[in-house]
Design a protein around this ligand. Structure first.
Ligand code: GUN
Length: 314
């Protein structure tokens, strides 16, 4: 008999499937509420990616039965004008969630804006009060992308407790809150970043590896332990047709090259998908992975914020 080695490929963790399940639950919850939760989304200037993200957030809110209010201010908006808008939304009783899309133009002090949002309406979970609550194990509104990662792991029955989770990236939006959430689930957590020495040595010990560094395909096979769960949070535009062959296998490359031809770029995460498929036990694809969870979790947070604020007994 000829010995044949069948290469095992990673199980694909579908963000779409998890996001649909969450959105279904949120829509049902909204139908059962005596009011319609309202999300106010604020965008300043003409950042192309922000435009797409905010329109997705507004469209999804409406699909799920929430009320959404999209406020778009010009690129030259002053700090005072933006502060006034946030304060107006804070005061309005019909507004449950306030989201100020980042990045903001250079003249704006982002920290001051985020600190002005009422923590009860802070559906992004970026206000220091919510950051502190999460860090100290209290009930908090939690940043959507890392919360979505936990939902993916739960949906696919992936054990977190007692596992070694390694996060690559230390941003306030993903890396740091991701660490807090994995700790809350009783993982042993390591955070790596751009100044970490011997990165592969550390990441290759991870049972769960979360990549959130913003560099296309940076995490390769040498960073991944055989059979690990690899969560790719990165979303990068990628247009190099030659390098594309190093990222995509035969089943994928033609489609990706066509996308680059047509749109000028294709989306790639922070993980090399070809190598992850060969080495990981499970893997979130880009597109179709974590990105879809961010919007679903924002909807969940908005309903949560609405319930906490409107239904609290006092
Ligand atoms: N920019 C990139 N990600 C996010 C996010 O989750 N929320 C907001 N408000 N801005 C972002």
């Amino acid at each position: 008999m000829i010995a044949e080695t069948i290469k095992k490929r990673a199980k694909i963790l579908s963000g779409k499937e998890v996001a649909e399940a969450i959105k279904g639950k949120v829509a049902e919850e909204v139908r059962n509420l005596p009011f319609r939760p309202c999300l106010a989304a604020v965008r300043v200037g003409e950042d192309a990616a922000s435009k797409v993200y905010v329109s997705n957030k507004v469209r999804t809110s409406e699909e799920l039965g929430l009320i959404s209010e999209h406020r778009h201010l010009p690129a030259e908006t002053t700090q005072e004008e933006l502060l006034n808008l946030v304060q107006e939304l804070n005061r309005r009783d019909d507004v449950d969630g306030i989201l100020v899309q980042l990045p903001l133009p250079k003249q704006i002090n982002e920290k001051e804006i985020l600190e002005t949002i009422n923590p009860e309406k802070d559906v992004d979970g970026f206000h220091p009060v919510n950051v502190g609550r999460l860090a100290s194990g209290q009930n908090a509104l939690v940043p959507c992308t890392p919360a979505g990662v936990i939902e993916i792991l739960r949906y696919y029955d992936i054990e977190i407790a007692e596992k070694h989770a390694v996060i690559v990236g230390r941003s306030n939006i993903v890396g740091k809150p991701m660490a807090m959430l994995l700790l809350r689930e009783n993982a042993t957590v390591t955070i790596c970043h751009s100044r970490t020495k011997n990165l592969a040595e550390i990441t290759s010990q991870a049972d769960i590896l979360v990549a959130a560094i913003g560099r296309a395909g940076f995490i390769g096979g040498e960073h991944i332990k055989q059979g690990a769960v690899v969560i790719d949070v990165g979303i990068n535009n990628f247009s190099d047709k030659d390098l594309a062959r190093e990222f995509f296998d035969e089943s994928e490359i033609e489609k990706r090259l066509k996308t680059i031809e047509k749109r000028g770029f294709t989306l790639v995460g922070d993980v090399n998908p070809k190598e992850a498929m060969e080495k990981a036990g499970a893997f979130t694809p880009v597109p179709g992975g974590v990105g879809l969870l961010t919007v679903a979790m924002l909807m969940k947070n908005t309903v949560e914020a609405a319930k906490m604020r409107r239904l609290k007994e006092n």
